[in-house]
Design a protein around this ligand. Structure first.
Ligand code: HEC
Length: 153
């Protein structure tokens, strides 16, 4: 990290503004790629969890997937740096500008998901199918509560 900043400093001193822009953009591109891959994996885990709920299967099988979803969302708040909204040059993202104009709303939607995932994991670990099914519904609703205002279709 230190090295990276030092590198940028050197580039700036050389007056290579276009190169500096390119470096910054490459880093934002990497942030978006990582963010989308992580969300895709979380989505796949959630789809698999929901399939067990629909089939009335053993909820305990899903505990590991839920733990993985929790681990991802623990870092979610750090993955939306300025300049990574939909429409930014060179970026392929569905993150709406509303995330940056209503950061408090975005953070609230993210915070609301945490306890839903905790409850989902507890319900899964308990093996109680009805509780698990209800918790899957509640979790899915929390995902949607953020997607509606903050993710492009
Ligand atoms: C706090 C807001 C927020 C919450 C909560 C949230 N998401 Fe998202 N999600 C987003 C945003 C913003 C994007 C678009 C990211 C991008 O394209 O850069 C996204 C994108 C996705 C994608 C598409 C990834 C891709 O292939 O590009 C999936 C799948 C997804 N979310 C699943 C989920 C699931 C499942 C949950 C609930 C467990 C959830 N999300 C909760 C904001 C959220």
């Amino acid at each position: 990290m230190k090295f990276w900043f030092a590198g940028l400093g050197l580039v700036a001193m050389m007056g290579a503004a276009p190169l500096l822009d390119a470096v910054a953009q490459t880093n934002l591109g990497a942030v978006v790629t990582e963010r989308r891959e992580g969300l895709k994996a979380a989505g796949e885990n959630m789809t698999a969890v929901a399939a067990v709920a629909r089939a009335g299967g053993d909820p305990r099988e899903t505990v590991q997937r839920i733990t993985a979803i929790q681990a991802w969302f623990a870092t979610m708040g750090t993955r939306f740096p300025t300049g990574t909204q939909q429409g930014a040059p060179g970026l392929d993202t569905r993150a709406l500008p509303a995330i940056w104009t209503d950061r408090a709303g975005f953070d609230a939607a993210l915070t609301a998901l945490g306890p839903r995932l905790v409850a989902l994991r507890e319900a899964a670990a308990s093996g109680n199918v009805a509780n698990f099914q209800a918790a899957v519904q509640a979790t899915g609703a929390a995902c949607g509560d953020c997607h509606r205002p903050f993710r492009a279709r």
